[in-house]
Design a protein around this ligand. Sequence first.
Ligand code: ZN
Length: 246
Amino acid sequence: MRCALISDIHGNHEALTAVLADIKQKGIKDIFCLGDTVGYGAEPAKCLAEIGGYTDQIIAGNHDHGAVGLLDLSSFNINARKAAEWTGKKLGAPEKDFLKKLPLHLKASIQGNEMLIVHSTPHKPEDWHYILSLDEAEYQFEKFTERLCFVGHSHQPVFWECDANGKCSIAGKEYVHLEKDRRYIINVGSVGQPRDGDPRATYAICDGERMEAAIRRVEYDIKSAQEKIIRAGLPARLAERLSTGI
Ligand code: ZN
């Protein structure tokens, strides 16, 4: 069994449709969406409708909460705040309701391996912290029991592993073979606003038979997504950064 894990679509419909086509082409039906479906990009409602047609395994991210008034926008930088306010005005009542009701985490399993799926961190996901260091990863490994934890939020794919003694390291950034005696926190990257220097839409595939997880990169029509951001009157920086993936 294989599943696809997609995160941080951020209203980028071009990137989302390219990723969904890639998933379909690979014959994968099980899709998890790790939050921040809206915010930054120009087509939040279209992205919600699109992903809703593929899966109901969707959780909330900080931008989803920011757009519907569940999160104080003073914690956002200026461009994120402007985009959240813009998104809030564009979404209708049913879409806002949908976002408000999304869970903060999901539990699932793949070939007997328990999976925890969360946008930010296993511990206190509602605080929206980032896992960016070995120390932070080590701390988070102590706070959940599942073998595999999938996260988004930083828009930077990375595979953290923890051995039987609780020692953590980075197992890779593109691919990992899931070793029997280890646990993993896997950041699946961002579909709609990659920030690791590769502008292609990014997501992850987990293969329970082969016991491996890998990052996928998909080309999409960046120019069209940028033009929509500019036409919508959103901050130009949000369009520009799609070219570089930074
Ligand atoms: Zn995000």
